[in-house]
Design a protein around this ligand. Structure first.
Ligand code: FE2
Ligand code: FE2
Length: 318
């Protein structure tokens, strides 16, 4: 059997190359973001706030560990084009960087005992573990469409209960570097979700309509189950920050659930969960620019990539 060389001059699907260019151009490393510069802000926070933020960051570490070890690799066998494998390889590397970055945050801000307690928490918290096990079960045993839905739900919906808090602090000019890492992750996940959603739609359209309906039922059940767990998780983790905060996190999750459904070609599922319904402090956190634009000098407080690399609303809504 002849093993065929990938030929980038052949266009099977233009979107592959578009996403490759976008994803590779936004490469970043945690070591370029000086999280320890946030220690001044960090010391001003109450113990309650620090504990919530550590859980937020630790929770993401667990979920991105799953993505870096299973979530991206399982997509390989379903690739529709040769270049899709290249894109998957980029995504996979970024997931490892994400998983490492959360550790960088925890180490930069906490003492060893707190770090150990945080790892202990995410490795044992029933609601955190429920998310990972439920999603991974689909990664291991699901079909092409099911795996893509599981990944889009995880990265496009469940992550956002965690993303909310750093963005909220950033929107009030606190924890700029920690939030910069989160925003770099969001920018990546936005590309991942759009690409997977696109590939999902291609495969979904090939199904006969009866099978589409059966699939939609499966998908709606999965979402209801994940959201039930997610909202209970939100009640539990964010309660120390007050009822309004909890309600705002849930609203943000619903907004992102609508976006995730749109990514896969479906209508929004929640009413009153549009962009104007999101806490404006969080939207401010998303659009705040960094102070630094120089990839090579490592000077300043922000992330150090080329000038065009600052997070914008467009990155978030890729
Ligand atoms: Fe990730
Ligand atoms: Fe991802």
């Amino acid at each position: 059997m002849t093993y065929h060389t990938i030929n980038w001059n052949i266009i099977e699907d233009e979107f592959d190359e578009y996403v490759w260019d976008k994803a590779t151009a936004q490469f970043w490393l945690d070591t370029r973001v000086p999280v320890s510069h946030d220690l001044g802000d960090w010391r001003q926070l109450s113990e309650k706030e620090k504990a919530v933020i550590n859980k937020v960051v630790g929770g993401l570490a667990l979920l991105d560990t799953l993505q870096s070890e299973e979530g991206v690799n399982v997509m390989r066998v379903d690739a529709r084009t040769r270049k899709e494998i290249g894109v998957i390889n980029d995504f996979l590397m970024m997931e490892s960087i994400h998983a490492k970055s959360y550790g960088t945050i925890l180490i930069s801000l906490n003492d060893q005992q707190t770090i150990d307690d945080t790892y202990q928490w995410m490795n044992n918290d029933p609601r955190m573990q429920y998310k990972v096990k439920r999603i991974n079960e689909i990664y291991q045993n699901g079909n092409n469409l099911q795996k893509k839905v599981a990944s889009v739900f995880l990265e496009g919906i469940l992550y956002y209960s965690n993303f909310f808090t750093p963005l909220w602090y950033r929107g009030q000019n606190q924890l700029a570097n920690l939030s910069e890492i989160i925003k770099l992750v969001i920018r990546d996940e936005s590309v991942h979700g759009t690409y997977l959603g696109y590939k999902f739609q291609k495969a979904f359209q090939e199904l006969p309509s009866a099978q589409q309906q059966t699939f939609r039922k499966w998908m709606d059940n999965l979402l209801a189950d994940l959201l039930d767990n997610e909202f209970k998780f939100t009640d539990q983790v964010y309660a120390p920050l007050g009822e309004t905060f909890v309600a705002d996190v849930k609203q943000f999750v619903k907004y992102n659930a609508n976006k995730a459904m749109n990514n896969m070609g479906f209508d929004a599922i929640f009413d009153h969960a549009a962009i104007e319904d999101i806490n404006p402090i969080v939207m401010n956190g998303i659009s705040t620019e960094t102070a630094n634009h120089d990839f090579f000098s490592q000077v300043g407080a922000g992330y150090l990539m080329g000038e065009a690399e600052t997070m914008t609303d467009q990155d978030y809504n890729f």
